[in-house]
Every structure is written in structure tokens, then in C-alpha cells.
Ligand binder design. Structure first.
Ligand code: ADP
Ligand code: MG
Ligand code: MG
Length: 250
């Protein structure tokens, strides 16, 4: 589904990613972990198409298409949901309009007509309830005045409504108390499906108690230096990252 090959990325002339390889197959849940400043968010940002990152080598393909050649909107239409797409506050644009526009863009891509208003509202209310979110969320401006936890819930709400093929969630657990973390995890888990891939970038192993990934990768020094299963996360929690970094250096 997603293939990152020998990716090199610089930010302000500093090379951050130095030949990163990652393969995500349909149905898989991957976690990308690593020390602070390793380049995890840089990887998310480049996949999402954010400005300010210079790709100096390698490739990213999504279902065989060259992602680096796609506009952000094209990425979304193709079924990639990237937490970075709507990170910012959009004053004056109600959440509900953004959700509807995004869903209709996807439907158009699939050759489907626009969703009828009652059907859309039924869908949205159902998902809001699932995420234990208040209906008032719909009428607030996108992310404006949202707390950290509310932004995260809103990100998962988008995902539940848009049902992307690939979801990339950067630090979805940051700033969440344990109850909110459980709600967010339930949302993500409800989307696990053989046709859908989920990539979680996270600093903490705690999230992985609730969303158990199929594969875990350690990003350090601009590359994936170790991959494993859930047991690797436990080992990292116990022993930190240094031993992996030393092992990779040898
Ligand atoms: P992580 O998410 O793993 O903590 P980041 O991808 O945020 O790491 O950062 C990787 C490195 O790139 C850090 O050294 C950071 O200072 C640098 N970096 C990231 N974004 C920028 C930017 N916009 N301008 C300058 N340096 C940046
Ligand atoms: Mg695999
Ligand atoms: Mg980060």
C-alpha cells in the first residue's frame, strides 16, 4: 500500500532522513517509535505533503502511484488520511462543513454522488457518539479553541467518517488523559480492517497497550534501524533506545 524507498529529506539544508525504507501492506498496523528529534514527524510531514521539506532522494509510492508528485488534495482523494492535513485552526469554517466537503471529495473520486444531508448527519452523529464527543463540536470552527485532546479526538472522528485506506497518525496519544486515550484507541481499533493500513508515530509505548501494532520500527539517525513486533515496544520501554542505536552502529 505504501512504500518508502531510500528516502532522503532535508530541512533548511540539514539532512534529517538519510535513506529511510518502510513498507506498509494492506491491513497492517505499524508503529514508528524513536528518540526525540529522530525525524518521525519529518517523515509524517513529507508523506502528508507539507511545505518546508526538501526531498533530495528516494521515493514514496501509494498503491504504486508517486506520492511526491501528488498535491495534498490528491493524496486525500486517493484515500490517504494524514493527521497533518488539517492541523491548523481554520477560523470561520465549521468542523461539520470540512467533514462534509472531505467526504464528498472522496465520494466524487469514487464516482459516487454527494451524500444527502440527512444521511450525512446520521453518520456524523453516530461517529460523534462513538468518540464520546458533543454535537457542539460540529459547529465549532476547525480546531479553533480545541484542547489538545479535542484535536486528537477530532482527528479520529475525521478518520471514522472518511474511512481512508491509509491513516497516518502522528503523536495521537500526546496530551491525552487515560480516558481520552482509550476512546481514541477504540476509534482506531474500530477501523482496523484487512483493506486499511494504519501508521502510528508515537513516543510512548503506552498507546501500544491499547492499539497493538503488527510491526514496530525504531527511527534513529534518519533511518529505520530496527523492526519487530509488539515485544520490541516492551523492550524499548524497559531498556530505552541506546542499545538499539549501538546494535545498529555495529
Ligand atoms: P521527531 O518527530 O522524531 O521528534 P522531527 O521530525 O520533529 O523529530 O525533527 C527531526 C529533526 O529535524 C530535529 O533535529 C528538528 O530540530 C529538525 N526539524 C524538524 N522540522 C524542522 C523545521 N521546520 N525547521 C528546522 N528544523 C527542523
Ligand atoms: Mg509486514
Ligand atoms: Mg514528532
Amino acid at each position: 500500500m505504501l512504500e518508502v524507498k531510500d528516502l532522503r529529506v532535508s530541512v533548511e539544508d540539514k539532512e534529517i532522513l538519510k535513506g529511510l525504507n518502510l513498507t506498509i501492506n494492506p491491513g497492517e498496523v505499524h508503529a514508528i517509535m524513536g528518540p526525540n528529534g529522530a525525524g518521525k514527524s519529518t517523515l509524517s510531514a513529507v508523506i502528508a505533503g507539507r511545505d518546508g521539506y526538501e526531498v533530495t532522494g528516494g521515493s514514496i509510492t501509494f498503491e504504486g502511484e508517486d506520492v511526491l508528485e501528488m498535491e495534498i488534495e490528491e493524496r486525500a482523494r486517493a484515500g490517504m488520511l494524514l493527521g497533518f492535513q488539517y492541523p491548523v485552526e481554520i477560523p470561520g469554517v465549521k468542523n461539520v462543513y470540512l467533514l462534509k466537503a472531505a467526504l464528498n471529495a472522496k465520494r466524487e473520486h469514487l464516482g459516487l454522488p454527494e451524500i444527502e444531508a440527512p444521511e450525512f448527519m446520521k453518520l456524523v452523529r453516530e461517529k460523534l457518539q462513538f468518540m464520546k464527543m458533543d454535537n457542539s463540536f460540529l459547529h465549532r470552527s476547525v480546531n479553533e479553541g480545541f484542547s489538545g485532546g479535542e484535536k486528537k479526538r477530532n482527528e479520529i472522528l475525521q478518520m471514522l467518517i472518511l474511512e481512508p485506506k491509509l491513516a497516518l497518525l502522528d503523536e495521537i496519544d500526546s496530551g491525552l488523559d487515560i480516558d481520552a486515550l482509550k476512546v481514541v484507541a477504540e476509534g482506531v481499533n474500530s477501523l482496523r480492517d484487512e483493506g486499511r493500513s494504519i501508521v502510528m508515530v508515537t513516543h510512548y509505548q503506552r498507546l501500544l497497550d491499547y492499539i497493538v501494532p503488527d510491526h514496530i520500527h525504531v527511527l534513529s539517525g534518519g533511518k529505520i534501524i530496527k523492526s519487530g513486533d509488539k515485544s520490541l515496544a516492551l523492550e524499548l520501554e524497559e531498556r530505552g533506545y541506546d542499545w538499539v542505536i549501538e546494535e545498529a552502529a555495529q
